[in-house]
Design a binder for this molecule. Structure first.
Ligand code: NDP
Length: 450
């Protein structure tokens, strides 16, 4: 590793003690940047790497709220505004009990380069809370979102910081937060949030965009080998926003998804998952995946407590799309997938594969798309939502989907050509990291020491 990267990594670890996910995200990035620093000594001379690793601003705040029985709870809210050289901070909010500053920093760091890779004018940020929405009533969710926004609103703005959803934050939560923002500021500033409802400033295809993009990217990778998703058996982890629409697009592109999961267990449906049923259960009825088999009339199996990747033996999948959460796919499961005919992996979630799992895929020459590239369709479509808000326009479904496809193909192309240019053909991790980093670093140099 280049000496500047070694020194900066030591410093990141020292200055951010215990933040192991943030360290992991930085290490994965640095592992691919040595040649960039050799070619551009000015990046080291002007401390670009050191500056990129330090968020421009980190906000931590108290979120008090009352549950339906009158009990008061106190959660912690976060927003890490990481880098704004390419545009306003942009990145989702996550509501999950596991959220810490570490989680938000790793996600915000990744977001800088992902957003740069889209070629659109968006900086990088991320936020969230350790609030657990599971089992909470609508009224409780609303009170929490209103309290969260009562502090966060002062840091947001369509030219400053534009959040969206992530784990535990969908259209309902965005509605409550946008409503509170509008009420406090007395401004209908549609471009301050993305992922809004279609009737109040949202964009068509935003809901589907991340999952659709993952499947489109996978198909593009397969095409480089003269292949496609047609006839491929696929395992998806998770059954949330990203997973559901990855499943939908895989089916549209001719593949068949045979397994998915939630945090309690996994479903195996050997002839292909019933997507309509899943969407109804998860988005409308807000049910758990354990109810799927009963509703499917015994055609599928539910495995309580099983990580979906452990189904690799029975599923015989050629494609794996991890779409749940970070570090969910480990070395042992990667080996099982490879032993059972895997040819491609595309990360719908952020950093879902552990470094050991990635090594297994690379050694086995599996096509591997990192989240930065494969799941960038969501934030790209958020940027399209901001464009529509700014121009007071609303594009058709077909028009928006066409643009999403073009953006995903563009990101794929950028990864392929950058990897070739750096002597690592087929290395999508290097391609995505370097293409994203170079764009951010050039803009930072142009703007002086800020
Ligand atoms: P959702 O909340 O809609 O769904 C998350 C899914 O993953 C659920 O099925 C959930 O199960 C499962 N899950 C969450 N945490 C865990 C865990 N610790 N162990 C096992 N399963 C878990 O979130 P999204 O679909 O929006 O996000 C999924 C991933 O995609 C995240 O990594 C996110 O950062 C990333 N992403 C999302 C984008 C978006 O546009 N939404 C954009 C780019 C990336 P359960 O319901 O049981 O908790």
């Amino acid at each position: 590793m280049h000496s500047n990267l070694v020194a900066n990594f030591d410093s990141v670890v020292k200055r951010n003690p215990g933040e192991t996910e943030f360290h992991q995200a930085v290490k994965e990035m640095f592992d691919t940047l040595s040649d960039v620093l050799e070619r551009h000594p000015e990046f080291a001379r002007l401390s670009v790497v050191e500056r990129i690793c330090e968020p421009e601003r980190q906000i931590i705040f108290r979120v008090p709220w009352m549950d339906d029985s009158g009990k008061v709870h106190v959660n912690r809210g976060f927003r890490v505004e990481f880098n704004s050289v390419l545009g306003p901070y942009k990145g989702g909010l996550r509501f999950h009990p596991s959220v810490t500053l570490d989680t938000v920093k790793f996600l915000g760091f990744e977001q800088i380069f992902k957003n740069a890779l889209t070629g659109l004018p968006i900086g990088g940020g991320k936020g969230g809370s350790d609030f657990d929405p599971k089992g909470r009533s609508d009224a409780e969710i609303m009170r929490f979102c209103q309290s969260f926004m009562t502090e966060l609103y002062r840091h947001l703005g369509e030219y400053t910081d534009v959040p969206a959803g992530d784990i535990g934050v969908g259209a309902r939560e965005i509605g409550y937060m946008f409503g509170q923002y509008k009420r406090i500021t007395n401004r209908y500033e549609a471009g301050v949030f993305t992922g809004k409802g279609l009737e109040w400033g949202g964009a068509r295809v935003r809901k589907e965009a991340t999952g659709f993009g993952v499947a489109i990217f996978t198909n593009e990778m397969l095409k480089t080998k003269g292949d496609s998703l047609v006839g491929k058996r696929v395992i998806v982890s998770g059954s949330g926003n990203v997973a559901l629409y990855a499943i939908k697009k895989v089916h549209q592109l001719g593949g068949v998804v045979v397994a998915c999961s939630d945090s309690a267990g996994s479903v195996f449906d050997k002839d292909g998952l019933d997507l309509e049923l899943l969407v109804q259960m998860k988005e409308v009825e807000r049910l758990r995946l354990s109810d799927y088999s009963a509703k499917r009339g015994g055609l599928s199996e539910y495995h309580e407590g099983l990580n979906v990747w452990e189904l690799a033996g029975v599923a015989s999948a050629q494609v794996a799309l991890p779409c749940a959460t970070q570090n969910e796919l480990h070395e042992k499961e990667a080996k099982l997938l490879v032993a059972n005919g895997l040819i491609a992996v595309a990360e719908g979630a952020n950093m879902p594969s552990t470094p050991d799992a990635i090594r297994v895929f690379q050694q086995a020459k599996i096509l591997f798309a990192p989240g930065k590239a494969a799941n960038a369709g969501g934030v790209a479509t958020s940027a399209l939502e901001m464009q529509q808000n700014a121009s007071r326009q609303s594009w058709s479904y077909e028009e928006t989907e066409k643009r999403l496809e073009e953006i995903m193909r563009g990101i794929h192309e950028a990864c392929v050509t950058t990897a070739e240019e750096y002597g690592a053909p087929g290395d999508y991790i290097l391609g995505a990291n370097v293409a994203g980093f170079e764009r951010v670093a050039r803009a930072m140099l142009a703007m002086g020491v800020i």
